[in-house]
Design a protein around this ligand. Structure first.
Ligand code: FES
Length: 75
């Protein structure tokens, strides 16, 4: 799905930018030009960043569990 139609930026682009460290719409503006034309995409871009961060946290938690499995009942 397109996040920013003016600059042909999709959710995939935003997720990739978040993986590379983007944390705010300002970062997306700098990296992908999101919101630099009509500006209608800014709220959608914020929501997309939030989703990408949530997904990233879930992936991180899964990796942590794989790296250090919890041994229940071990004392
Ligand atoms: S839709 Fe993003 S600047 Fe217009």
């Amino acid at each position: 799905m397109y996040v920013c139609v003016c600059n042909a930026v999709t959710e995939r682009h935003v997720y990739q930018a978040v993986k590379q460290g983007a944390k705010t719409v300002k970062h997306l503006k700098e990296q992908l030009n999101v919101g630099t034309e009509c500006g209608r995409c800014v709220s959608c871009a914020k929501a997309c960043i939030k989703e990408a961060h949530a997904e990233q946290r879930q992936e991180f938690a899964k990796k942590l569990i794989q790296i250090a499995p919890v041994q229940l009942g071990a004392a």
